[in-house]
Design a protein around this ligand. Structure first.
Ligand SMILES: [Zn+2]
Length: 346
């Protein structure tokens, strides 16, 4: 629900600490909006509670703070029918509140940092990180996404959905592997980065629009299990991770029960007998112990293509070709499909 458009029902009083958004208080703006709390670090959410001038803000002060934005009605009206109606109402009658000579609308149900980011997205096209895999994006866009929903800014919501779909490709395991390689190589996201991506989708209320992407986010988070104690993860997230990994392992072990028949051929260098028959157990061991089963299968496929050992087994050329085919068309394909199913948000 949008806040009441009646401007006289909530007033600023002497107990409020009034701040001005450093970027979004335009001298030629023709309406002032007020949202609750400080804008700590323009455009960024910081956990250390530093304001933009470097001073720290305690929670009592933050609770009393309101941040003012002086912006342009026409621009906001263009994006949102809800804003257009609010502005129309406040300019109709007399007696509405004013601030700095222009109409004043309290939006005390909205967080000032959320509002600041939301308005920045509308005003400044360079504010949103252009790099598709920049994890800062999820942090910056949660506030704007919430407000886009509240004020019916469909375009902004659709843009977030489409960006999440591009950054978390769910159509094929090959696309995912490319993305995974790129992200690991150049971005090295932390547990908090992945959690922020999940928050954007869940708290931003778009999980029905990107269910497969959300499952991939959970899967990505589960690949950190051996290296982190997950102290910031809530129990609901933990259940998804734990259950997802359990079910995935169960499925993959089931599929791996396909027998690899014995082979009388010799390995590519001719030195040893092909070890195809023993591949089954090595496959199981490698898969179950892997932090990231999908990446483990991908690496096995690469090694296979290069004619190397697969899960420590030396194979003849015929068997390498056959195992490669199974890796690409059975295991990786099935594993990717199973991830989207088993890591689904409840
Ligand atoms: Zn063989």
């Amino acid at each position: 629900m949008p806040p009441s458009p009646e401007p006289s029902n909530v007033a600023l009083d002497i107990t409020h600490i009034i701040k001005y958004d450093p970027f979004l208080y335009f001298p030629d703006g023709n309406i002032v909006l007020a949202a609750a709390g400080p804008v700590q670090n323009p455009g960024r959410y910081d956990s250390d509670s530093e304001s933009e001038d470097g001073s720290s803000i305690d929670s009592e002060e933050a609770r009393k703070t309101v941040t003012l934005f002086r912006i342009h009605r026409s621009l906001l009206s263009m994006h949102s029918r809800v804003f257009r109606d609010m502005f129309a109402l406040c300019s109709e009658g007399s007696g509405g509140q004013t601030w700095d000579g222009v109409p004043f609308i309290p939006m005390f149900d909205d967080d000032a940092q959320d509002a600041s980011n939301f308005l920045r997205v509308i005003y400044d096209p360079h504010f949103v990180p252009a790099d598709l895999y920049d994890f800062e994006y999820h942090r910056i866009m949660l506030g704007p996404l919430k407000l886009a929903d509240e004020y019916e800014v469909e375009g902004m919501k659709n843009q977030v959905i489409s960006r999440v779909k591009s950054a978390w490709p769910s159509r094929s395991h090959r696309e995912w592997d490319d993305r995974d390689y790129m992200v690991a190589e150049h971005y090295n996201p932390s547990v908090a980065d992945i959690e922020d991506a999940i928050s954007l989708v869940v708290e931003g209320g778009i999980q029905d629009d990107v269910p497969e992407q959300l499952a991939l986010m959970y899967y990505h988070l589960s690949t950190y299990s051996e290296r982190n104690d997950f102290e910031n993860i809530n129990s609901e997230h933990f259940r998804v991770l734990f259950r997802g990994r359990q079910n995935l392992n169960r499925d993959m072990l089931e599929w791996t029960k396909v027998r690899f028949s014995d082979c009388l051929g010799f390995t590519s260098d001719g030195s040893e007998k092909c070890a195809r028959a023993s591949l089954h157990m090595k496959f199981v061991a490698a898969f179950v112990s892997a932090d990231d089963p999908l990446a483990c299968l991908c690496e096995a496929a690469w090694r296979c293509e290069d004619g190397d050992e697969v899960f420590g087994a030396k194979l003849c050329l015929d068997c390498l070709a056959s195992v490669l085919w199974h890796l690409n068309h059975t295991y990786r394909y099935s594993c990717f499909k199973a991830i989207k199913k088993h890591f689904a948000h409840p």
